[in-house]
Design a protein around this ligand. Structure first.
Ligand SMILES: Nc1nc2c(ncn2[C@@H]2O[C@H](COP(=O)(O)OP(=O)(O)OP(=O)(O)O)[C@@H](O)[C@H]2O)c(=O)[nH]1
Length: 291
């Protein structure tokens, strides 16, 4: 069985950094893993590990922009269309990696996850090749500093989940930036928006729609009743469809990485199809009937 983890999320959410840390963690456990780069714009210097498969060997954003005069977003869409037209290239590249965990670093353009058919088509192709696939969706802890930004992140995660239809894990990345200045709990706090205690953070990790149900007087645009009504509608949507919750990821803590990797393994049912290994150094005489 082969496994692919799509590392997805908005620009700058820490996908490449997480992919590197994930590789390191699996290698420490002596597990087999390979990095796949599907971001045609990423700089080679971003990776601590040489990608085993790299979309830039097929098509690079730099070439598309210079040769076809595309801008960065149009160029990225072109690169993905080109990839889908050349799935045989990816299939051939993937053929060389049996029994491996493939960590697939995806681009940060949010439209790729919410609007375009590219990732669903890619997933269908991976599944056709017998590769069990899941997605990890990162948003960064700074989103907790602004509840409106945070809920826009929740909605984009929800939209991407519905669009991709694969087993899914949402991760709140960069939890090391949740700084320590709390009166209530000296271990954890976010300074800028009143998120101070583990309990406050829990309301973001398991999104509490009541964070958004502000009183009219506290809305940034109190004169516009439509804004208030929109918030109420979002509260209702999230209450009725509680699809999104986040695992915290602090890359400075091995336990935190271990927890996220354990969830990925569980979601992928990693290793469940493995045949039990034959014991190597045992003679027949080591097993006796009278035990
Ligand atoms: N403090 C902290 N910074 C991080 C962490 N992860 C990533 N960063 C920083 O955040 C920035 C973006 O990280 P990337 O890993 O390149 O993010 P990305 O999602 O791959 O970015 P795009 O490919 O541009 O979408 C870099 O400056 C990283 O050093 C983290 O866990 N903690």
């Amino acid at each position: 069985m082969r496994y692919a983890v799509l590392v997805t999320g908005p620009a700058g959410s820490g996908k490449t950094t997480f992919a590197n840390a994930f590789m390191t963690h699996l290698q420490t456990l002596k597990r087999s893993a390979n990095l796949v780069n599907l971001d045609p714009a990423v700089s080679d210097a971003s990776y601590e590990y040489q990608p085993a498969i790299d979309i830039k060997e097929l098509v690079s954003l730099e070439d598309v922009m210079s040769e076809l005069n595309y801008g960065p977003n149009g160029g990225l869409v072109y690169c993905f269309e080109y990839l889908l037209q050349n799935m045989d290239w990816l299939e051939e590249e993937l053929g060389g990696y049996d029994d491996d965990y493939l960590i697939v670093d995806c681009p940060g353009q949010i439209e790729l996850y919410t609007h375009h058919p590219f990732l669903p088509t890619l997933v269908q192709n991976l599944q056709r090749l017998g590769i069990r696939t899941c997605a990890v969706y990162l948003i960064e802890s700074q989103f907790m500093e602004d509840k409106y930004k945070f809920f826009s992140g929740v909605l984009s995660a929800m939209s991407a989940m519905v669009n991709l239809e694969v087993p899914w894990i949402n991760v709140m990345s960069k939890m090391d930036l949740v700084t320590n200045n709390s009166q209530d709990d000296p271990s954890i706090s976010l300074p800028r928006n009143g998120v101070r205690t583990q309990k406050d953070i829990a309301r973001y990790l398991d999104p509490d729609p009541l964070l958004l149900a502000s009183h009219r007087g506290h809305d940034p645009n109190p004169t516009n009743p439509k804004f208030h009504a929109l918030n109420q509608a979002l509260v209702q949507l999230i209450e009725e469809h509680p699809l999104v919750s986040f695992l915290p990821l602090d890359l400075t803590s091995p336990d935190s990485i271990e927890t996220v990797v354990s969830h990925i393994d569980y979601t992928m049912q990693y290793g469940e199809d493995e045949e039990p290994k034959e014991p190597k150094d045992l003679d027949e005489g080591d097993f006796s009937d009278d035990i």
